[in-house]
Write a protein that binds this ligand. Structure first.
Ligand code: PLP
Ligand SMILES: N[C@@H](CCOP(=O)(O)O)C(=O)O
Length: 433
């Protein structure tokens, strides 16, 4: 698999180089030079295949010969070992549940695939690496889980103080071993900026072999395309075009869907739904991309003011605004709308949304209302409602059961290093480890 930088200032690299570099030196993002399409026969029989079989076919087609088939099979089977069911909600609205992995958020797909792929390459090279990851709540815990105890890898998680849910914080800060949590006195954007600055710092890179586990790393996006195929497989028998709504922050999830679409997956249209951090909906309305400081919302994992995958979104549409606009609609929703939706859908259907899924639902519902064609709509439920128990219990005025996997972390002691959002602080901390 050959990858180029979206800024075109550096040479193309292999998948292995892209994974371990994380970011190209020109501060662009790696993208596949070629996104091959899957043959019609694959789509003709997709509904007869298991999730793992679909994922393997997609991975092989994208990655090509760089990883032996038997290794890729093992990685996919081991990483994608939980379901992603599509369930009806009401009318032609369905939900794709992406929270059945160990940390109960969609990040488990990416983090588990990445940890296994990195371990494979590292076993061959006997190298040690350090991973930096910025999180607004879910990436950090999925990466911690995915890499816990993996030899030769240390993970540093940067999270914004007071801006993740209580359960998310417990998941991030109670791991020990090769996982260190850094509690940054700032926003998620500060965490993301610090991580990006670290990758561009020569001294840090020479000493620490740094890479990223955020969705700026292309390795995250490959598995984030698998479940779009599987959702289509589950909806295919219904026979209508498929529209997908993605609750979005950094837009890595949506880019996974766009890659799937480029590979031939017949998705009619995407809806990018956001909270008050409306950078991409504003871009879709005006053609102007303007990053802004992030604001705190109930769907905290999407509190992103400078969505890092935006250059990939553009690249996947030949850098043409008109193409992006034709393929993706966008809309932003307030916390009030989010809470009302959780309440209303629970009362009317019994289905319990988390705040992120609620934003996705709203995006889908509004888009479908504007259509005069019959389609099957599916929105992505990106996290389990119990991860945001305060918001959800207030919305439904009822108790939410906490799954055992979350309950286990609740009483563990928190271990996090407090840090000001200054790059020199992070640098000196990392150099002195
Ligand atoms: C629960 C949840 N939903 C949605 C998102 C947004 O996904 P993305 O950043 O890929 O747009 C995130 C974080 O990334 C998340 O944790
Ligand atoms: N919402 C994310 C923020 C980081 O996103 P990523 O997909 O770019 O890693 C989170 O939950 O941490």
């Amino acid at each position: 698999m050959e990858l180029y930088s979206t800024k075109h200032q550096v040479e193309n690299v292999s998948l292995k180089e892209a994974i371990f570099k994380g970011l190209p030196a020109d501060n662009g993002l790696y993208m596949p030079v070629e996104i091959p399409t899957l043959p019609p026969a694959f789509f003709d029989t997709i509904e007869t295949r298991s999730f793992q079989e679909i994922a393997l076919e997609v991975a092989k087609t994208l990655i090509g010969l760089e990883i032996p088939d038997n290794v890729l099979t093992e990685i996919v089977n081991d990483a994608i070992n939980f379901d992603a069911p599509v369930k009806p909600v009401h009318d032609n609205i369905h939900v794709l549940e992406l929270f059945h992995g160990p940390t109960l958020a969609f990040k488990d797909f990416g983090a588990r695939f990445m940890s296994r792929l990195m371990s494979y390459f590292l076993q061959k090279d006997h190298q040690e690496i350090n991973i930096l990851v910025a999180t607004s709540g879910d990436t950090g815990s999925a990466v911690a889980q995915g890499f816990l105890g993996v030899p030769n890898i240390h993970v540093y998680i940067l999270y914004p103080k007071g801006k993740v849910s209580k359960i998310q914080e417990q998941q991030l800060t109670t791991n020990g071993q090769n996982i260190t949590a850094l509690e940054i006195e700032g926003t998620f954007d500060d965490c993301q900026r610090l991580v990006k600055e670290a990758f561009l710092d020569t001294q840090l890179n020479e000493k620490l072999n740094l890479t990223s586990a955020n969705s700026i790393n292309i390795c995250r996006l490959i598995p984030q395309s698998f479940y779009y195929f599987y959702a289509y497989a589950q909806l295919k028998a219904k026979g209508k075009p498929v529209v997908v709504a993605v609750p979005s922050g950094n837009f890595g999830n949506l880019c996974g869907g766009l890659i799937a679409q480029k590979m031939g997956l017949p998705i009619r249209h995407f809806v990018a739904a956001t909270n008050a951090n409306d950078i991409v909906p504003a871009y879709l309305a005006s053609g102007i991309f303007q990053a802004k400081p992030s604001v705190k919302t109930f769907s905290n994992a999407m509190d992103v003011g400078n969505p890092s995958n935006f250059p990939r979104m553009l690249a996947l549409h030949d850098d043409a605004y008109e193409q992006v606009k034709a393929n993706i609609s966008g809309k932003a929703y307030t916390d009030e709308e989010t809470v009302q939706t959780i309440q209303k859908i629970y009362q009317q259907t019994g289905y319990l949304l988390d705040p992120h899924g609620a934003v996705g639902y709203l995006g889908l519902k509004d888009y479908l209302t504007s259509l005069d064609e019959e389609v099957n709509g599916v929105f992505l439920a990106t996290a389990h409602p119990a991860k945001f128990i305060d918001v959800v219990e207030t919305a439904i005025e009822n108790k939410v059961e906490i799954p055992e996997l979350l309950a286990q972390v609740l009483n563990k002691p928190k271990e996090a290093i407090a840090m000001a959002p200054e790059f020199e602080r992070l640098k000196s901390f990392l150099l002195n480890k």
